[in-house]
Design a protein around this ligand. Structure first.
Ligand code: KG4
Ligand code: ZN
Length: 340
């Protein structure tokens, strides 16, 4: 089954074709980062308009890259939420229209389920991770630990009470004067910083539970930065201290979640999953426990169409699809999804 995947929940237009027999055929991404940079964050209306401009050309190009014509498709998958309502409606409208014109089934995909299943798309020498496992979802909007009992059966174990991990990276970068979007730049800067030169708290690790809180960390960084000489070297040292604090906190909670759920497999997804130090730390933790950890390739940690094509393909294969109305769900609890 060849499925067209469309992602437009925020500031990336993502398109892909996933073939359930041969794997990923092609994927294309258009990032709106430059468009929103001068505003220091995503402007929803500009995002919607740019999806309108970019989506159809990207679908045409992705089909060319896949060596296919549009009538070879067997289904269409699109992100229906969570996300920006206008941006979501562009993807949903185009997806429903393509499906209607070609008389194909269409399926509404939960953006975070797309992230969560992305690691399962990769070739892994140990084979594809099979549920039950624990998933750490760490993006700009979410920080969640989820017990994946089966594909589509998700139990929330813990989540952030304030800022998401990616949001903390972005805000911390901004307060030290790094340009938007700061997360990846802060991580790059941290590579040059000295470990231990600045030490910040590992929030909420001193008490039981699987929830997170990252907003206080940002304030600690602000105070350290304001009281420092504000040199390049100091900025790198603080970035390193901040990154270590976030990475340690996530690793401690992952270990607890695995113990609590009685699992030995961890799956990590979302933009912060591209962070090198987080990947290394979780690998180390998994090796120590005799378990395993799976990540998508860094390009599929951040938003992309491939994960939507893949998640949609699993649901379409199971016979699930939506009716002909164009509907999006900007706020959508993953626990309400249907099992596959
Ligand atoms: O999953 P994603 O592309 O979009 C959302 O659904 O939010 O995640 C984007 C987030 C941003 O906050 C970005 O700063 C963060 O992921 N991010 C990183 C890295 N690459 C992206 N954070 C830390 N280290 C990175 N290498
Ligand atoms: Zn995302």
């Amino acid at each position: 089954m060849k499925v067209l995947g469309i992602e437009t929940s925020c500031d990336e237009t993502g398109v892909a074709v996933y073939d359930t027999d041969t794997g990923l055929r092609a994927h294309g991404l258009y990032s709106q980062i430059a468009l929103h940079a001068e505003y220091g964050g995503v402007v929803p209306e500009l995002a919607s308009r740019d999806h309108v401009r970019k989506l159809l050309p990207l679908i045409r190009q992705t089909l060319v890259d896949a060596g296919m014509t549009i009538d070879e498709l067997d289904g269409v998958a699109y992100t229906a939420g969570p996300g920006l309502v206008g941006a979501l409606l562009v993807g949903a409208g185009v997806a429903r229209a393509v499906a209607w014109a070609l008389d194909l089934p269409a399926v509404a995909v939960h953006h975070m389920e797309g992230h969560l299943l992305a690691p399962l798309m990769e070739d892994d020498p140990l084979g594809r991770p099979e549920p039950p496992f624990v998933a750490l979802l760490v993006s700009g909007g979410h920080t969640q630990l989820i017990h994946v009992e089966a594909i589509g059966r998700y139990k929330l174990l813990g989540e952030t009470l304030d800022d998401a991990a990616g949001e903390a990276f972005d805000k911390t970068a901004k307060l030290m004067g790094l340009p938007y979007p700061g997360g990846p730049q802060l991580a790059a800067l941290a590579e040059q910083g000295r470990p231990g030169a600045f030490r910040f708290a590992r929030p909420m690790t001193d008490r039981p539970g699987l929830d997170f809180s990252f907003s206080g960390l940002k304030t600690q960084v602000l105070l350290a930065w304001q009281g420092s000489d504000q040199s390049e070297a100091t900025r790198a040292d603080i970035a390193r201290g901040f990154e270590d604090a976030v990475v340690d906190t996530l690793a401690i909670k992952c270990q607890r979640a695995l113990d609590e759920a009685g699992c030995d497999t961890l799956v990590v997804a979302g933009g912060v999953g591209a962070n090198k130090r987080l990947r290394a730390k979780l690998q180390e933790m998994a090796a120590r426990r005799g378990g395993r950890v799976s990540f998508p390739r860094p390009a599929f940690c951040t938003d992309n169409g491939a994960m939507i094509a893949y998640a949609g393909a699993l649901r379409l294969q199971a016979g699930q699809h939506v009716d002909e109305s164009v509907r999006v769900t900007p706020r959508w609890d993953m626990a309400t999804l249907e099992a596959v």
